[in-house]
Design a protein around this ligand. Structure first.
Ligand SMILES: C[S@@+](CC[C@H](N)C(=O)[O-])C[C@H]1O[C@@H](n2cnc3c(N)ncnc32)[C@H](O)[C@@H]1O
Length: 211
């Protein structure tokens, strides 16, 4: 990765405001895939999609890719045969790169930290969110909306970067939602995430409750 792109990657973890984060992704969007996959050994999308695929019954399943970025998750889901995947991200620049991959149906520019007013209740068989529950990105307040837009009995699959997991209150909120029967934990595994950086993440799959 070039020195300036290394700075952009760091800038995404240091952003103090959503505007700063969006600016960093605007500058990084065209090099993001190469820098992450080849540069840092980013395997989050592959591992998370493989996990979700073991639970979904059909490639006809409707899936929301929340915090889709440039569409790495959509590309992997497409390789697994899923053709009904919608994309959502706050960054119009990342969404534009995702659009060019031709692996999604609908696109939504939305802030996951707020109510997702563009999406109806119980719409998706699964929501997947990879790489977005991390430092200075989206906090645990977003779990409720992923649950709301996913059908009862459907799945919410996500990664949380190790380090941020406890510090940002994800763990506490995950337990609260379990205690409230909003979702049930099916699987949580610590796995490689950015292999060349020695970074791991929690990979989680929950089943949405009938509430
Ligand atoms: C590290 S990228 C991950 C992208 C993709 N899922 C992947 O695995 O490559 C994080 C993404 O989260 C998006 N993001 C950050 N804050 C957000 C928010 N509040 N709402 C929706 N998306 C957000 C960024 O724009 C960026 O595309």
């Amino acid at each position: 990765m070039s020195g300036s792109n290394l700075e952009l990657w760091k800038a995404t973890y240091d952003a103090e405001t959503q505007d700063q984060l969006n600016d960093a992704y605007k500058l990084w969007c065209t090099d993001y895939d190469r820098d992450c996959v080849q540069g840092m050994g980013y395997v989050g999308p592959m591992t998370a999609c493989r996990m979700l695929d073991t639970y979904l019954e059909s490639p006809e399943s409707r899936v929301l890719d929340a915090g889709c970025g440039t569409g790495l998750v959509g590309q992997v889901l497409s390789k697994h045969g899923y053709g009904r995947v919608d994309a959502m991200d706050i960054s119009k620049d990342m969404l534009q790169v995702a659009k060019e991959k031709d692996v999604y149906n609908k696109f939504f520019q939305a802030d996951m930290s707020e109510p997702l007013e563009v999406l109806n209740d119980d719409t998706y068989d699964a929501s997947i969110c990879v790489g977005t529950f991390t430092y200075k990105h989206v906090g645990p307040e977003a779990f409720n909306e992923l649950i709301r837009v996913t059908k009862p009995g459907g799945y919410v699959c996500f990664t949380i970067r190790d380090g941020a997991y406890q510090e940002y209150g994800y763990r506490k909120r995950m337990h609260e939602l379990e205690a409230d029967n909003q979702w049930e934990l099916l699987e949580m595994a610590k796995q490689d995430y950015l292999i060349k950086e020695g970074v791991t993440a929690k990979f989680c799959v929950y089943r949405v409750g009938n509430c």
